[in-house]
Design a protein around this ligand. Structure first.
Ligand code: MG
Length: 225
């Protein structure tokens, strides 16, 4: 265990906060599904449809992705459905059996619910993707509210998102904990003035731990229990 991890555990603990805002993909659910979907399945199907190699499809599609990173379009199922000419929602539904919780996440959600905290899921995911994941995982049983950044017109990386979220939820930044796996999103939350912002170091169970770039971090929410 390194020094930063010990510091994080001793200074930020979910039990001390009234409101807990959790990201979905990579924080509650395994990002392995999304990485598989966008980086393997979509290029594979695209290659088949256009009769090109998977490598050529990957190169083309990854270039398109990187041009939109950090924008709402990057997270928009309809945008990519149109760009790639593929029925992405149908493709997601066909691979829904790969949607899984991260290790310990369910136990953590049980504990938060038992602790009578206000629990809100705050995601950049498109509403249709959120609906599918709710149907597969039963997230409704733990969360009091769900917020999709698409409803605000800006992603979580944007300062305006946080102003709109505060207006909607009326949370107190001093007693609110926010957990996410995206560094630009965490940066925006810190910039807004949230007292407790924590990064997930292992958002994808198929990948090694990521560099959380100076943020307080935890391997996964299950580590708090
Ligand atoms: Mg995430």
């Amino acid at each position: 265990m390194n020094k930063n991890f010990q510091k994080q555990l001793s200074t930020i603990n979910w039990v001390h906060y009234d409101t807990i805002l959790l990201d979905m993909d990579g924080t509650v659910l395994d990002l392995a599904f999304d990485n598989y979907f966008w980086r393997e399945l979509v290029p594979g199907v695209y290659a088949e449809q256009h009769d090109i190699t998977e490598d050529a499809a990957c190169q083309h599609i990854y270039d398109l992705y990187s041009g939109r990173e950090g924008t709402l379009e990057w997270y928009c199922l309809e945008f990519w459905t149109e760009q790639l000419g593929l029925d992405l929602l149908a493709l997601k539904k066909s691979s829904h059996d790969r949607i899984r919780f991260l290790p310990g996440a369910r136990t953590f959600l049980d504990a938060v619910k038992a602790g009578n905290k206000r629990l809100v899921l705050v995601t950049n995911a498109h509403q249709h993707a959120l609906d599918l994941k709710k149907a597969v995982t039963g997230l409704d049983q733990w969360f009091d509210e769900f917020v999709c950044s698409h409803d605000f017109g800006v992603p979580k990386e944007h300062p305006d998102f946080w102003c709109q979220l505060q207006e909607k939820l009326q949370f107190d930044p001093a007693t609110t904990l926010f957990v996410d796996d995206s560094i630009p999103v965490l940066d925006a939350a810190v910039e807004y003035g949230l007292a407790a912002v924590v990064a997930i170091r292992k958002p994808d169970t198929r990948m090694p731990p990521k560099d959380t770039e100076g943020h307080y971090f935890i391997d996964g929410v299950g580590w708090w229990i």
